[in-house]
Write a protein that binds this ligand. Structure first.
Ligand code: SF4
Ligand code: SF4
Length: 85
């Protein structure tokens, strides 16, 4: 179970209870006109909160912690990080 004060997940299989979206200061925004559907972002996301639907990534902001890895790994610069506070 996640410790709400520290954000630490202390028991196995409890990650879904840890809504890491509350940590976020920046939000990834995807330009679907640039996206080529390579799935890099979905594969690299440490929260596994990007799901490919119809060859386009959809982000679950309840779990996106705003780390920016998806934007770093996008080969065509389709993801930009915007302030989220
Ligand atoms: S910013 Fe980080 S947590 Fe959020 S979707 Fe991108 S890789 Fe995942
Ligand atoms: S990494 Fe970029 S191009 Fe690849 S699926 Fe994600 S947004 Fe699209």
């Amino acid at each position: 179970m996640k410790n709400r004060k520290t954000g630490v997940t202390t028991k196995p299989n409890s990650a879904l209870a840890n809504a890491t979206g509350s940590w976020r200061t920046h939000r990834p925004i995807t330009d679907y006109n640039k996206c080529i559907g390579c799935e890099n972002c979905a594969k690299i996301c440490p929260e596994a909160c990007i799901e490919m639907k119809d060859s386009k990534p959809k982000t679950d902001y309840n779990y996106c912690k705003g780390c920016g890895l998806c934007a770093q790994e996008c080969p065509v610069g389709a993801i930009s990080m915007k302030k989220d506070y």
